[in-house]
Design a protein around this ligand. Structure first.
Ligand code: ASP
Length: 439
């Protein structure tokens, strides 16, 4: 049994957290490959080391003094070294970082040092080998992961280091320099390592006991989700549920490796299992609810639209020409609606409107802003009668006006558009009907 274990920033924020992590790793021989993040927040209002590093970089770039945040970073690591009684010195590493900031500041290199230094400390603390992702994770010219080369080099390297710490968040760009993933990218590193070593499980340790059925900022104390499929998670993450970095699913999904989200502060909790497929029932008809605010609906009308071949293509071309991606596209006989992100659309709206007129010659175009989209997700929905009916009855009782409905063809989700001001009320109403009352 081989487990790849990734620990997020809050799990490694100080020496006390490192000790919890050490106990977790030592409790199971199978936990062979460890992916640390940079030290995160110790309390609300604290600053992540990654953010301090970016601050140093920005100051250095502007030729300003970065000694304050730099000293803060040093003291974060010193607390960990002292607290764990490690006989490791990071002085040389800090000299290198300082020199690079003074002579040739680079955002990716600077930010990556948070994970790199934490990796050195973790390897020393556990007595594991240190494997630098710079030597085993490669990006191609387009800046995306070079999967083949990475997998090949990673598996060869890790075969020689059966117990290793591989810092998260970065690798080597096509230009031979350090390149990071987007924020939260240590999740991706963990997934790549799990895929490369054909791990039995990818454990992702964080500060919550897995996924919750709704956002706790909207619904107080939502129930935890025991098992969720990759597809369900993708639907929920896309709609704002932040459990795992979006791109972290693909490398393990390809290999059929389950992900187990665990809580470093409550290791006894089983957390959430993210799997390809399962016969385990969800307990409730729905697995989860998530949503996002601030979408815009562009309503295009034209008489006899239904019989005009190529109308949709022409409309979509107008969005494509302006580089705007489309979220949803419900349509009627003489109307079609294109739902887009307000922030992407706002500056380009008049250009899009004129492009639609030029390309598709509609009768009218109306734009409606302040729309929220809510995804009700559940693998159990397709075999259950009346799910949509219950959602809409609940929303009607809560006096929420439904502006748009879209059921994905997978029957895994129902997307509902409501006004921004009804967003919280709508989520609470749907949660109540499926989870609280369970009628
Ligand atoms: N430390 C990086 C961040 O704060 C990457 C990570 O934690 O996954 O985004």
């Amino acid at each position: 049994m081989v487990k790849v274990v990734k620990f997020g920033g809050s799990s490694l924020a100080d020496a006390a957290q490192f000790q919890k992590v050490g106990d977790i790793i030592r409790a199971d021989e199978a936990r062979c490959f460890v992916i640390p993040s940079a030290p995160g927040k110790r309390f609300s209002g604290d600053t992540k080391v990654t953010d301090l590093l970016y601050r140093c970089y920005h100051l250095a770039e502007e030729g300003k003094d970065f000694s304050d945040p730099f000293a803060e970073i040093k003291s974060r690591y010193k607390e960990i070294i002292d607290g764990l009684h490690l006989s490791v010195s990071l002085d040389e590493e800090f000299d290198k970082i300082e020199k690079s900031l003074k002579t040739d500041p680079r955002a990716d290199y600077t930010a990556s040092r948070g994970e790199n230094l934490n990796g050195h400390l973790m390897a020393a603390y556990l007595g594991f080998d240190f494997v630098d992702p710079f030597d085993v994770i490669f990006f191609n010219e387009e800046g995306t992961l070079d999967e083949e080369k990475t997998k090949y080099c990673m598996s060869i390297m890790l075969a020689e280091h059966p117990k290793a710490v591989i810092p998260g968040f970065y690798g080597q760009g096509a230009d031979g320099r350090v390149k990071t993933f987007s924020r939260g990218g240590s999740d991706i590193t963990g997934s790549i390592v799990a895929g490369a070593v054909h791990a039995d499980v990818y454990e992702n340790w964080t500060d919550v006991s897995g996924c919750l059925a709704a956002d706790p900022r909207v619904v107080p104390n939502p129930v935890p989700v025991k098992v969720i499929t990759y597809k369900e998670l993708r639907e929920l993450s896309y709609m704002g549920a932040s459990v795992l970095h979006e791109d972290a699913i693909f490398p393990v999904r390809k290999e059929g490796i389950p992900i187990n989200i665990r809580n470093t502060n409550k290791p006894e909790d089983e957390g959430t299992w993210i799997v390809e497929s399962t016969c385990q029932k969800t307990g409730y008809t729905i697995t989860g609810i998530a949503g996002k605010k601030d979408f815009c609906a562009v309503l295009i009308s034209k008489d006899m639209m239904n019989s005009e071949v190529g109308f949709c293509r022409k409309v979509l071309q107008a969005f494509e020409e302006n580089g705007i991606s489309i979220e949803h596209m419900p349509s009627g006989i003489d109307t079609m609606t294109v739902v887009v992100h307000e922030s992407e659309f706002m500056d380009k709206e008049q250009r899009v409107v004129s492009a639609i007129h030029r390309l598709a010659e509609p009768d009218s175009i109306e734009i409606e802003a302040d729309l929220s989209l809510i995804a009700v997700v559940g693998r159990g929905m397709k075999s259950q009668r009346g799910t949509a009916g219950r959602i809409f009855a609940a929303l009607a009782h809560a006096h929420v006006n439904v502006r748009m409905i879209d059921q994905g063809s997978s029957e895994l989700n129902i997307i509902i558009g409501v006004e921004n001001r009804d967003f919280e009320k709508a989520i609470q109403a749907i949660y109540d009907i499926f989870v609280v009352t369970q009628i």
